[in-house]
Design a protein around this ligand. Structure first.
Ligand code: ATP
Ligand code: MG
Length: 563
């Protein structure tokens, strides 16, 4: 088997990493005899590229060990959650190419069991109802250097706790008046172990359980139990939960789960010029800095899809960045490198003139049309060829002409000859300007009929080759060029985001362009290379046959050299 095929087959499987070493050991020692992971998004926003890392890791690890991976919506916080998010998350995970089969769960499925578990803890003397206010609880908690103080309600009797907890559930108390706390250790060096809150009162409608509950479990309590109920073996999460692991283990141990799951933390993905917190992304959407969650500048999966990223490129990226314990920020150019690599051999190379300048070829017969042969992808002959109409009037890029060029400019200037890609040599004879503004509005050129592409002409050479489209045949299109949404490489500042200060005012440039006629039939999400200009994707929202819209996925070159 060639390396390439092996790579193809392993696309959905993560490269070996420290988590796999732990799993290997667990399997060898018989701690577990299978591997069962889960991806547990909170449905309070759209998934982003950081989640893709977690999805690839969880589903990829399950696949590697012929195990299972569940999709679980962590919907324990009813205030921020929404059905729209659930649907988008399902769509994005599927689009990435992963399958939870019949194992889609909701933490809210377990509300009754979670309640029973809390009752069990109370009966064991391991949980109590506390009447301190949120502020008092914070004060009593102590600090990193100072131990906490026990709540005056800590030693309530089991009977009283059971009674109060039942009444909390029955809705007898107002929001914030009481909580259920785990009874662990107020002097623990780990603040998470200082009698953490495990249930709160919140008279809030839940998108799935309606008004059935007015108490909701906290994440640190609900998560380990949900994992255990689903027979998860390895509960993979990001590094900020490392200090919560003793609590994770405590909950499972006190509830006497057999063969409990194991939490393993890894470093979350951070990208340059990108914010990754859902709260900030939501703000960008809600305050209309961007055109929705799927704005092509967003780091969301749906934004990347609309921009023109493929699941293959995203998975390749996740594989290349690897999985580690150490926090690091990944250069966004690595992501761009991955999509270039994916599209390079697969996509047709078309001609599109982004910033058009009209050229009249004065010695070319009026009304004549020739169909020039163009290879679809010079690096991949299997992609065949197509015919492109050529005629007397064409468009070229404004940038490909200079009236007073510097020394090493080999493209068009007065008196100079260049090759029109797949067509003829043309020579610039005259520059036509707007009388009032002086702006260059047209070039007059001559062509040499001997130099037709494919004719084997060897008479002379020219240094520049430029692309073009036939004016009479080209299709007008809207082309959108993107740059980073943020100006700062390490964008994480709260304050700047609040008033949009750090947003890049040039993150979107809209052009009126001309594309070759074959592109008029392109379908939404179809991708192409536009020669010399980059990779482009048909916009899935705004594109119509009458008004084609293309998003630039990425330019052709970058300065970035991956090892
Ligand atoms: P945010 O802070 O953006 O709101 P979150 O961690 O609250 O993210 P969840 O919906 O809870 O978002 O995340 C689901 C899973 O994805 C979790 O296991 C979480 O650890 C993981 N995850 C979230 N962000 C990243 C990231 N940047 N890199 C890797 N994994 C991530
Ligand atoms: Mg979370």
């Amino acid at each position: 088997m060639t390396n390439n095929i092996a790579n193809e087959m392993n696309k959905d499987v993560q490269s070996a990493n420290f988590i796999h070493n732990i799993i290997d050991k667990d399997l060898a020692e018989g701690v577990y005899d299978n591997v069962h992971t889960r991806f547990p998004p909170e449905p309070n926003g759209y998934l982003h590229i950081g989640h893709a890392k977690s999805i690839c890791l969880n589903f990829g690890t399950a696949k590697k060990y012929k195990g299972l991976c569940n999709l679980r919506f962590d919907d324990t916080n009813p205030i921020k959650e929404d059905i729209e998010y659930i649907e988008s998350i399902k769509k994005d995970v599927k689009w990435l190419g992963f399958d939870w089969e019949d194992r889609m769960f909701y933490a809210s499925d377990y509300f009754e069991k979670l309640y029973d578990c809390a009752v069990q803890l109370i009966k064991k003397g391991k949980a109590y109802v506390c009447d301190l206010t949120a502020e008092e609880i914070r004060q009593y908690r102590g600090t990193l250097t100072e131990v906490g103080k026990e709540s005056p309600y800590r030693n309530r009797s089991v009977e009283e706790n059971l009674d109060l907890f039942t009444r909390m559930r029955n809705g007898e108390f107002n929001d914030g008046t009481r909580v259920l706390r785990a009874k662990i250790d107020m002097a623990s060096p780990n603040i998470n172990m200082r009698d953490p809150v495990i249930y709160r009162i919140s008279h809030t409608h839940h998108h799935r359980t309606g008004d059935e509950w007015c108490i909701y479990p906290m994440y640190d309590y609900a998560h380990p139990i949900s994992d255990a109920l689903e027979d998860i073996t390895h509960s993979i999460c990001t590094l900020e939960f490392e200090d919560h692991r003793p609590l994770y283990d405590w909950v499972l141990q006190e509830l006497e789960f057999e063969n409990p799951p194991k939490q393993i933390e890894f470093a979350r993905l951070d990208l340059t010029y990108t914010v990754m917190s859902k709260r900030k992304l939501r703000k960008l959407v809600e305050e209309k800095y961007v055109d929705g969650w799927d704005d092509p500048r967003m780091p969301t999966i749906s934004g990347l899809r609309r921009r023109g990223y493929t699941p293959e490129a995203i998975k390749d990226f996740c594989d290349k960045i690897g999985v580690a314990k150490r926090i690091s920020t990944v250069d966004i150019q690595l992501l761009e490198h991955c999509i270039r690599e994916d599209l390079k051999m697969k996509k047709a190379r078309m001609m599109a003139v982004l910033k058009p300048l009209k050229v009249v070829i004065t010695n070319y017969p009026e009304g004549q049309i020739e169909y020039m042969n163009a290879e679809n992808n010079q690096e991949n002959p299997e992609m065949g060829s197509r015919k492109i109409p050529f005629s007397r009037e064409i468009y070229i890029e404004q940038d490909d002409f200079m009236e007073n060029p510097p020394k090493k400019f080999f493209r068009l200037f007065p008196g100079n000859e260049v090759r029109l890609m797949n067509a003829y040599f043309v020579k610039c004879e005259e520059v036509v300007k707007d009388e009032k503004t002086g702006e260059i509005i047209e070039l007059r050129c001559t062509y040499d009929p001997e130099t037709k592409s494919g004719s084997g002409f060897t008479g002379r050479k020219v240094k520049g080759t430029i692309h073009w489209v036939s004016a009479a045949h080209a299709v007008k299109a809207e082309v959108r060029l993107y740059d980073h949404l943020f100006l700062e490489e390490n964008e994480d500042s709260e304050a700047t985001l609040m008033d949009g200060m750090n947003l890049n005012p040039k993150s979107l440039e809209v052009l009126e362009s001309y594309v070759e006629p074959a592109l008029a039939e392109a379908a939404a999400e179809e991708k192409f290379q536009f020669v010399r200009n980059g990779y482009f994707c048909v916009d899935s929202k705004d594109h119509t046959v009458d008004r084609p819209v293309f998003n630039r996925v990425v330019s052709l070159k970058s300065s970035y050299k991956p090892e």
